[in-house]
Design a protein around this ligand. Structure first.
Ligand code: FAD
Length: 362
């Protein structure tokens, strides 16, 4: 019997499991390996921080989903991959052989990108750890006022700065350290302007400078200024997992798995990858939850076809995507191409989409 090993319970794999539950794979043993018993949906994390959601509303339990797909669930994580030997070593020391491997483990954060961050920083990934640390931070804000610095001003950093300010209100002073450029530098100028206005309205100080070092009480900026900071929240973007480096798989220049349009590794056709851990050699697409979700159906189809020795289909996701950015209170910025706006309606729209996504896999 062939063995399909699914690494990571990410956005694409939850869909793969659901597809296998609805239409079981015949003659294939399936295993899912993921480090937590549930997948916390990143799109709802700003709402969790803002207090709009309880933790249970933002998670997809993985064991029942795997069970419905007749897959074995192992709560662990990959620490080594030997693509030539078709073997994955797990953190629990188990060595797993596979015939077909699918990787949807998401990105990691470089804990050493900023001196002192490893010791003092509150990293947004793994999201499970961040959610636990957030509870502790909330409790300490009850006792005394906090100085918070959110470091990194991509979508996650901006959403989290607004959410933290909304939740802590006058119990905290929030700085957003962008690394140099404007917040949301990758977004169209009108979206940047809306974000800038939202940050200003909520009294968040935007600092267009880099973070050079973090110490127990301070964030040191590249320009020489020192900010008082009790809680440095790191949303500095993502890196490739270190265990891919010695795997023998073809990787892109940043260490992510190089994939073809069929979602197969360009070097090992029995290895598939989707979501932020994958990097298409033919198509430039941003790393985002939206594209990870879009990869779910073609990944399920191609895994099934590969295992059945049928022809694979190419996945050509459209570049344009709907972006909805939560703004702390029940308001969101909606962006579609060059059009954008901020409204309460956009938040309810995002809330409906996010809740529907999670409900689909529960
Ligand atoms: C706070 C925040 C808000 C965001 N909001 C949005 C948004 O609104 N819209 C949007 O498009 N994007 C958003 N993003 C980006 C989005 O989270 C990522 O692009 C998305 O999670 C990528 O999905 P994925 O399936 O690749 O990985 P993930 O969702 O990270 O899933 C990876 C899975 O693999 C598991 N895993 C990790 N390492 C291993 C290992 N070694 N072995 C086995 N399993 C492993 C993880 O536990 C997890 O279950 C946000 C990010 C953050 C941090």
């Amino acid at each position: 019997m062939k063995h399909l090993l699914l690494l990571g319970g990410g956005h694409a794999h939850v869909h793969v499991l659901r597809a296998f539950a609805q239409d079981p794979l015949a003659g294939v043993r399936v295993t899912l390996v993921s480090p937590f018993p549930r997948q916390m949906y990143s799109g709802m994390v700003p709402g969790l921080v803002a207090g709009h959601y309880a933790v249970d509303e933002c998670v997809i339990p993985l064991a029942p989903l795997a069970q419905r797909a007749r897959a074995e669930f192992i709560e662990s994580s990959a620490v080594r991959l030997d693509a030539a030997a078709r073997q994955v070593t797990l953190a629990n020391a188990q060595v797993m052989s596979y015939d077909v491997l699918s990787v949807d483990t998401g990105p990691v954060m470089d804990r050493d990108a900023i001196p002192g961050a490893r010791e003092h920083g509150l990293f947004v990934r793994p999201i499970e750890h961040f959610a636990r640390m957030w509870e502790l931070l909330l409790a300490s804000a009850e006792l005394h006022g906090l100085s918070v610095a959110v470091i990194g001003a991509g979508a996650a950093g901006v959403e989290l700065a607004l959410a933290i300010q909304y939740r802590l209100a006058d119990r905290a002073r929030i700085n957003l350290v962008t690394g140099g450029p404007e917040p949301l530098a990758e977004y169209p100028v009108p979206v940047q302007a809306l974000a800038r206005a939202a940050l200003r309205r909520q009294g968040i100080t935007v600092i267009e400078d880099s973070c050079a070092q973090i110490t127990a009480q301070h964030v040191h900026l590249g320009g020489g200024t020192r900010l008082q900071c009790d809680a440095p929240v790191l949303a500095i973007g993502s890196s490739a997992p270190a265990w891919l480096a010695g795997s023998g798989l073809a990787l892109d220049q940043h260490g992510f798995i190089a994939t073809a349009l069929t979602l197969q590794s360009t070097s090992h056709p029995e290895v598939f990858a989707a979501g932020d851990v994958a990097s298409s050699v033919a198509l430039q697409r941003p790393k985002s939850g939206v594209f990870a979700v879009r990869a779910g159906p073609p990944l399920a189809l191609n895994l099934r076809r590969y295992l059945g020795a049928a022809a694979l289909q190419e996945h050509l996701p459209k570049l344009r995507s709907l972006n909805l950015l939560a703004c702390g209170r029940r308001s969101a910025i909606v962006a579609w191409g060059s059009w954008s706006a901020q409204s309460a309606l956009a938040w309810y729209w995002k809330d409906w989409i996010d809740r529907r996504f999670v409900a689909k896999y529960r």
